[in-house]
Design a binder for this molecule. Structure first.
Ligand code: ACO
Length: 323
């Protein structure tokens, strides 16, 4: 029998330091109003010096395990989605495993930038559905502030740091109903950090590996691709728009989020929006938004939820989940 992969717990973590749009007026040539009106962002959290992606991942994971009523020793698979790993290697998943005191289970990172969490959850879903894992920990964690050029107003105002985690367990009742992930490397230059350890080691060493984005083009592709992705998931499951209780979207831009809600005929009351407080936390954004809405009581057991995300690559995906 094929098992379901159910979300049995979630957790999240945001660094203490808050950087407001007003603060950014003192860093680059921008205004509070420009940032909010173009993106929906009012503030973002920034990791402290000496605070790394694995620290954020650890805090979110502990919360997720606590809410699932699980101990670290129950975990038999760890997958971390991140663009901003602590080290070239070992993977952030291995660093997290060590800090949780877990030994022996598989642990690896997945890199799909802002769609990374959906990629990681897709992998975990397939492990659990085939019986290869019974209790998995899946995390999206980013210190995206470390790959921003704080002199480039077109990018540095958009991103923030954070982490979200879920515990996924094998179950006989429905959980993740279907998952659809995609990529098209033809768009590699529209949204990227164009250097890495193989091409420009010195720039990486000097902390000059910066995010570059052709915002208008990315915006256009995100709206059309994500619009198609949410329709793909309805069609794949033979369900109508009215059967969706919640949309938990990647938080890149409130205008993109509203466009996707419209494709689904959802009112904004059925959309989890955290972009105003978190900014774009890349791979952390979907699990952070999910955990926020579970903890404040909006998303409840039995609800039918769509996750969607779009990121550099391009990479994108959508998932239908019964909570
Ligand atoms: N403050 C003030 N002015 C600014 C700023 C700023 N921070 N940034 C740009 N401007 C200026 C531009 O220079 C431009 O000036 P000009 O007309 O004199 O040339 C003007 O504002 C308009 O800029 P646009 O780029 O046209 O603004 P737009 O309305 O497209 O909004 C934005 C920009 C917010 C970046 C939007 O295009 C967007 O959200 N794009 C998609 C982002 C996204 O979804 N990313 C995907 C996920 S991220 C990942 O995977 C890592």
């Amino acid at each position: 029998m094929t098992l379901s992969a159910r979300i049995t717990g979630s957790g999240s973590y945001l660094p203490a330091k808050v950087l407001t749009n007003k603060d950014l007026e003192g860093i680059v040539d921008t205004t509070e109003d420009w940032i909010y009106s173009r993106s929906g962002i009012r503030q973002r959290h920034i990791a402290a010096e000496g605070e790394f992606t694995s620290d954020l991942a650890l805090a979110a994971s502990r919360e997720a395990l606590r809410s699932a009523g699980r101990a670290p020793s129950d975990v038999d698979l760890i997958v971390v989605a991140t663009t901003t790993a602590d080290q070239v290697f070992p993977s952030t998943a291995c660093l997290l495993q060590q800090r949780l005191g877990i030994h022996g289970c598989p642990a690896f990172d997945v890199q799909a930038v802002c769609a990374g969490f959906l990629y990681a959850l897709d992998v975990v879903y397939r492990y659990v559905a085939t019986g290869a894992s019974r209790c998995a920990l899946v995390v999206g964690a980013e210190t995206f502030s470390r790959i921003l050029n704080w002199e480039d107003r077109t990018t540095c105002v958009l991103f923030g740091d954070g982490a979200g985690a879920m515990v996924i367990e094998a179950s006989e009742s429905p959980g993740i109903l279907s998952s659809h992930i995609h990529a098209d490397g033809a768009f590699k230059d529209l949204l990227c950090v164009p250097v890495g350890v193989s091409t420009a080691y010195q720039e990486v060493l000097d902390g000059r590996a910066y995010t570059e984005m052709q915002g208008k083009e990315v915006f256009r592709w995100a709206v059309s691709t994500l619009g198609d992705a949410v329709i793909e998931i309805l069609d794949a499951n033979g369900i109508e728009k009215g059967e969706i209780d919640w949309l938990v979207p990647h938080q890149a831009n409130i205008r993109i989020i509203k466009a996707i809600a419209k494709r689904l005929d959802l009112s904004m009351d059925q959309v989890v929006v955290t972009i105003d407080k978190h900014g774009n936390t890349s791979a952390a954004s979907v699990p952070l938004a999910f955990d926020t809405a579970v903890r404040d009581g909006r998303i409840r057991s039995g609800d039918q939820v769509i996750f969607e995300a779009f990121g550099g690559g391009f990479t994108w995906g959508s998932m239908l989940v019964k909570i």
